[in-house]
Design a protein around this ligand. Sequence first.
Ligand code: PEP
Ligand code: MN
Length: 362
Amino acid sequence: MQTIEQTMNEAAQKAWSKRPLIISGPCSAETEEQVIQTAQRLAATGKVDMLRAGIWKPRTKPGMFEGVGVKGLPWLAQAKKLTGLPITVEVATGKQVHDALNFDVDVLWIGARTTVNPFSVQEVADALRGVDVPVLIKNPINPDLELWSGAVERVTRAGIKQIGLIHRGFSSYGNTEYRNAPMWHLAIEMKRRNPEMLIINDPSHICGRRDILMDVAQKAIDLDFDGLMIESHIDPDNAWSDAKQQVTPEKLAEMLDAIKWRYETADEKEFITALEKLREQINHLDDELIQLLGQRMKIADRIGEYKKNNNVTILQTSRWNQILEKAYAKGDALGLSKEFITKYFDAVHMESINHQNKIMNS
Ligand code: PEP
Ligand code: MN
């Protein structure tokens, strides 16, 4: 059997290992000129490591542009030949895997609408058996880490050694600032579970609009992601899919220049000791917070006893509102957001209620 190094060309291998790994290209391949021009303008920036383009587009509703299909693959192959950029496309079926590999696509990615479906992921995994190709797996559209992990496991079991993750946000009901809520904690947990695995962020599908891409990209870098996948187009406003979120190759280069790149470790000893001291302080404070929360629950238990003996309900809404209002004001003065205070108090309150429930029903 051939090794990965033998089958994967050098440029692709180099890109896969580069940090930060920057992948860009149009949401969809539309025409040969569009693919090639985008690739050439991206390559000219010198800041992009891999070219992406959707060939088969899973669209939410029928009648939308569903991708050009197999005929786009030679365009990508030509773009690679002209620029040297390795190429990546989305695959959702066994046939698409075979077609992409026939055109020497360097890296495959599994899209969010595929990760949600174990049948589809398994079909893709089966088509990958015996092939050495790196695979990127996007998070599922719904915030379910087990589905994401399940997809990783299916692809791993098919024998794929080089697997990466793409965090593209999660759909949520109602209007938010984002097209797909980032729910950073889920990506962080996935990273914790797979410490050796490459994880990149896709600000384009999180934001759904170009004016806030930069904030999300910076946040990802601050959180130690390994790279970014950002959609680009030679004429974003007239793109056949995801027009609002694409940027020109030159605009992308500007964004990449503006990002403050961070490194998990710095060589300077001084920096490390300063960091260690600060982390030590954080550890102490966290210990204290846990101690205090324990004490708080003990008091809640006593209140529970009292309520039980006097037949009072656990939940008293007016009292709870008072606590919250006070906390918002105090938090605000200390630079703590209303959102954080709400989440924190909700969690503390639920724990108190659970404690008191136990007591009242004992
Ligand atoms: C895409 O990358 O163009 C795409 C369809 O993304 P997602 O699967 O994240 O929606
Ligand atoms: Mn897209």
